[in-house]
Design a protein. Structure first.
Length: 146
């Protein structure tokens, strides 16, 4: 597997974990000291804080948030060391509460720093720039970074 393929799998694993409601697996993508938060804001640090932030904020319905995170326009800049990189990607979040209407609730940009450790890519930092925000009232319980 190439570095690009490994990094893409990391980006997709984040989306898949959240969409399946596996917040533990999603938080583990940040290792012991990866940062997670909004651009220019406070951040959770490491898997345990990331998990706490997700559990505090994501509304689950029978164990799943009823979302689909769609990532496109992925740009990966691999560093010369071949084990660290910077990434940017677009994200659109679709959500449907039980009995509700399916629709986009957020769109923005992920800005990431990633690294390879023990054969797996992890987030050193994942920052979200949410540029378009819809009705998040049935998706998020509260903003963990406010």
């Amino acid at each position: 597997m190439t570095a690009r393929e490994g990094i893409e799998r990391l980006l997709f694993a984040y989306c898949d974990g959240i969409d399946r409601g596996d917040l533990v697996a999603t938080s583990e993508l940040f290792g012991t000291d990866g940062l997670y938060g909004q651009v220019d804001g406070p951040a959770a640090c490491g898997a345990s804080q990331v998990l706490a932030a997700m559990q505090y904020s994501v509304h689950l319905y029978d164990g799943v948030p009823r979302t689909r995170h769609i990532v496109t326009n992925i740009v990966i800049d691999l560093n010369d060391d071949q084990i660290t990189a910077q990434c940017r990607s677009y994200v659109q979040v679709l959500h449907q509460a039980p009995g509700g209407v399916l629709g986009p609730v957020a769109a923005g940009t992920y800005i990431d720093r990633v690294y390879l450790t023990n054969g797996s890519w992890k987030f050193a930092e994942r920052r979200m720039l949410l540029e378009l925000i819809g009705d998040m009232s049935t998706h998020l319980l509260q903003n963990p970074f406010a």
